[in-house]
Design a protein around this ligand. Structure first.
Ligand SMILES: NC(=O)c1ccc[n+]([C@@H]2O[C@H](COP(=O)([O-])OP(=O)(O)OC[C@H]3O[C@@H](n4cnc5c(N)ncnc54)[C@H](O)[C@@H]3O)[C@@H](O)[C@H]2O)c1
Length: 499
């Protein structure tokens, strides 16, 4: 299977738009195809809408954003892309026909995945050419923020295709949950449907309103579910003997059962109750407003869960780890070049651009982002000399002690930038750096960031000498930089001169 540089989208509605936003954000180009030419404007709007929340998900160094193109020619899309994600309406015959057509245009090493909510992959791949590269990759709305994607193979899907799809989904920050056996509704939608069916029954019977039923989840189980599913939670609920006791105590009610298996008839009265109930819950807020609220708390929850390295937070951590590693590998490769560590020449470790969300109300890159870019440059340098995750796991790290930033120019949205890094001083516990941020278009110096780092033994909570190999690599660079001029304004206290 090939490396994915361009993602092809087949159908660009709610789900296609979500895939586009996620892939573009993590540096993948997208060629979106939809029979309806009006979807071009729609998908661009959807990507812009997603950007606000997505941009706050992580501060790890991201690759340049991918580019978005649109076509109504499905065959042309299939010929040009490395991976196709199908998101057309949930109708078996339609999907079968379109997937078969597209499979005749896409080279056989191009994976084709369907976002289907519940259809079986074996049915969908029936008429396809090279069906072994087909699978279900079922995401959740909003695709750009929820990491879950269910990966399901059909009877003719190859294991290699499932592995490669999982790898791609993880690359764009998702949790690829491999479903062992295809079943209608996969895993999640079966569970969601069971809950929804009970909701419909209770509304139909006048037991509760839609708002009360939502409260019954939001104030209780919903909070638990963000990090522990029903099974682990019930294991905890069973006391010392866990799940065994839980099944003994509540097993009999499962047989009554409390719940019903068949959905109620969708009568006019039931539909009206559902619609009126949810309108009352929306309380005058538009769908867009509610989406923004949902997106904001989804970002915040994932960031909290990251601290516990659990659930979606663990996925976010793994993604950030990979982004920092990629940035460190690029820096390592740059410093390994024969002419990289050259007397009188600073290192050039970070190439980036002003992401639109970095811009303030004046239209310029905002202050905090300078610090972020300089932080990325420091991280890249330290990784390049061996202060990587393995090193940090040994309980040692370099802590920032002091930073001094100067500004001498401005950068607008999407301006390409680069950072050069110079080692000004070094001893066995301290590193003194000078980063310089340049605008690529005219090589203008925009800012400098002078920083002092202290090597710390975290367990002992005190400064300690760094590893000798790390020190030797830093010393090699410092010696090469010894002849470069230092900062024009070496770290000084801010003071207004008196006139
Ligand atoms: N909406 C959800 O919450 C959700 C969640 C997960 C998975 N899914 C699945 O994703 C798929 C798409 O759902 P959606 O909600 O995005 O639907 P949607 O109606 O928003 O979008 C479907 C798009 O497909 C286009 N289309 C229709 N026929 C086409 C064809 N022959 N060729 C190319 N494009 C065509 C339409 O113009 C439209 O833009 C479905 O299979 C659905 O089950 C939906």
């Amino acid at each position: 299977m090939r490396a994915v540089k361009t993602l092809g989208l087949l159908g660009t509605g709610v789900i296609g738009g979500g895939w586009a936003a996620r892939a573009l954000h993590f540096g993948i180009d997208v060629l979106a195809a939809d029979l309806n030419p009006g979807m071009q404007a729609w998908i661009r709007g959807a990507v812009d809408n997603a950007e606000g929340a997505l941009s706050r998900l992580t501060f790890a160094p991201l690759p340049p954003k991918g580019t978005l193109r649109f076509t109504t020619d499905l065959a042309a899309m299939a010929r040009q892309v490395d991976f196709i994600q199908e998101n057309i309406p949930e109708q078996l015959e339609l999907k079968q026909r379109v997937l078969a057509e597209v499979s005749r245009c896409a080279p056989p090493d191009v994976l084709i995945a369907s976002s289907t909510s519940g259809l079986l992959p074996s049915d969908l791949q029936r008429d396809m050419q090279a069906p072994e590269r087909f699978l279900v990759g079922h995401p959740f709305n909003p695709v750009y923020l929820l990491p879950l994607v269910e990966v399901v193979g059909g009877s003719r899907t190859s294991g290699a295709a499932l592995d490669a799809a999982g790898e791609f989904y993880r690359y764009i920050g998702m949790h690829a949950l491999r479903v062992r056996r295809e079943v209608p509704g996969h895993l999640t939608d079966r569970l969601q449907e069971a809950l929804w069916r009970e909701i419909l029954h209770m509304i139909n019977d006048g037991v509760a309103t839609t708002g009360e039923l939502d409260d019954s989840i939001v104030y209780g189980p919903g909070l638990r579910w963000a990090a522990m599913g029903t099974n682990l939670i019930y294991h905890l609920a069973g006391g010392e003997s866990g799940m065994r006791h839980m099944l003994k105590q509540f097993g009999p009610c499962l047989k009554w059962p409390w719940t019903r298996l068949e959905a109620p008839e969708l009568s006019k009265q039931l539909i009206d109750r559902m619609v009126e109930g949810t309108q009352a819950q929306a309380n005058g807020r538009s769908i867009r407003e509610l989406e923004r609220l949902r997106d904001d708390y989804l970002v915040a929850i994932q960031q909290v869960l990251r601290q516990f390295n659990i659930g979606a937070g663990a996925t976010l951590r793994a993604l950030e780890e990979r982004l920092y590693q990629d940035s460190g590998s690029a820096a390592r490769a740059a410093t390994a070049q024969p002419d990289a560590i050259e007397a009188g020449k600073p290192l050039r470790l970070i190439e980036t651009c002003v992401r639109p969300e970095w811009v303030d109300y004046n239209g310029h890159m905002t202050d905090s982002r300078y610090l972020q870019v300089f932080g990325d440059a420091t991280d890249a340098l330290f990784r390049a000399v061996g202060v990587d995750d393995v090193y940090r796991r040994s309980g040692r790290a370099l802590y920032t002690v002091e930073t001094h930033v100067t500004h001498s120019g401005e950068a607008r949205a999407l301006e390409p930038l680069y950072v050069t890094t110079q080692i000004l001083g070094l001893d066995d516990k301290r590193v003194h750096l000078l980063h310089s941020l340049f605008r690529r278009r005219d090589e203008r110096l925009l800012a400098t960031g002078e920083q002092l780092y202290l090597h710390v033994d975290s367990a002992a909570a005190r400064a300690a000498p760094m590893d000798s190999a790390v020190h030797a690599r830093l010393e090699q660079i410092r010696a090469a930089h010894a002849s470069i001029d230092g900062p024009a304004m070496p770290a000084r206290h801010l003071r207004l001169s008196r006139s």
